[in-house]
Design a protein around this ligand. Structure first.
Ligand code: HSE
Length: 304
């Protein structure tokens, strides 16, 4: 193999109550091309073209290195070409797309023979939590459980037809590691119970197609209340989406994007969220995205 191109979806993690557990693949993609080359190189188009590193510290190359390390292979000199549509550090899984793209491309290009399960474990180790990398790799709705050993158990489910995701994307970044520092060490038992009921409910509703449960099922007490100060207008944007007829809405990953589920009138829901953000002084843009049943997909292979 001379080069491999992989297409990887954006993702929305947590979905309200499912902190570090639930994730969903969205119909917005980055592509990663890794090619064997006499000297290493990095080319980036689109999101992050002016800011991402152009050396071995690039996340795609770091993930490719982790994949090679996992089977004791040496990583050869690689040329990376990344075409990015997923906004950076907005809670839409841009880093997971880079990690999964790097691992899947390296696996194909170098014939590493990694299974999906091994790739998920490597991706989780690089990212630090499984809920974005799992849907980026597998598509659909994923339910993850990280074992004491660090391995990840995952169930991939199909969401019932008829749902789109409206994202309102603020014009500033939130670093996930900072947003994780905002969380408390302990939570009241009642808050744990509050969330676990809703995790069950949201998975059931998304799979059965009973979207009427989503407004309640997407409420959260584990992370959103502690992160609200990082995203001015978050609560108002969620409330505005529900007022405008969205089935449910929540902070996407660690934010600052707010994601709402709709079956219709996505533009109106998006406009309502953007206006609510604006009232809090936050500039945002809205997009309505389909869900993505497909995860990372090899779209091109150039054989030697
Ligand atoms: N579960 C992670 C968090 C997702 O909320 O920190 C980050 O996108």
């Amino acid at each position: 193999m001379r080069s491999v191109t992989v297409r990887v979806p954006a993702t929305s993690a947590n979905l309200g109550p499912g902190y570090d557990c639930l994730g969903l693949a969205l119909g917005l993609h980055n592509t990663v091309t890794l090619a064997l080359a006499p000297t290493p190189g990095v080319r980036i188009e689109g999101e992050g073209a002016g800011s991402l590193p152009r050396d071995a510290t690039h996340l795609v190359l770091g993930a490719a290195q982790a994949a090679a390390d996992a089977v004791g292979e040496r990583l050869p000199a690689l040329d990376l070409h990344q075409l990015n549509c997923i906004p950076l550090a907005r809670g839409m899984g841009s880093s997971s797309a880079a990690i999964v793209g790097g691992i899947v491309a390296a696996n194909e290009l170098l014939g590493l023979g990694l299974s999906q399960r091994q790739m998920l474990d490597i991706a989780t180790a690089v990212e630090g939590h499984p809920d974005n990398v799992a849907p980026a790799l597998l598509g659909g709705l994923t339910v993850c459980c990280t074992l004491d050993s660090g391995e990840v158990l995952v169930e991939r489910l199909d969401v019932a037809p008829g749902l789109s995701c409206v994202v309102a994307v603020p014009d500033f970044e939130v670093a996930t590691h900072e947003a994780r520092k905002a969380l408390p060490e302990t939570i009241p038992h009642a808050d744990g119970v509050f969330n676990l009921c809703r995790v069950g409910l949201i998975v059931a509703g998304l799979v059965s197609g009973d979207f009427s449960v989503l407004s309640e099922a997407m409420r959260d007490r584990l992370h959103q209340p502690y992160r609200a100060h990082l995203v001015p207008g978050m609560d108002d944007a969620i409330a505005a989406a529900l007022d405008e007829g969205a089935h449910g809405a929540a902070l996407s990953g660690s934010g600052p994007t707010v994601a709402a589920f709709v079956s219709e009138r996505g533009e109106d829901v998006g406009a309502a969220m953007v206006n609510a953000f604006a009232r809090a002084g936050t500039t945002a843009i809205a997009r309505t995205l389909p869900l993505s049943p497909e995860g990372a997909t090899v779209t091109m292979q150039d054989r030697l």
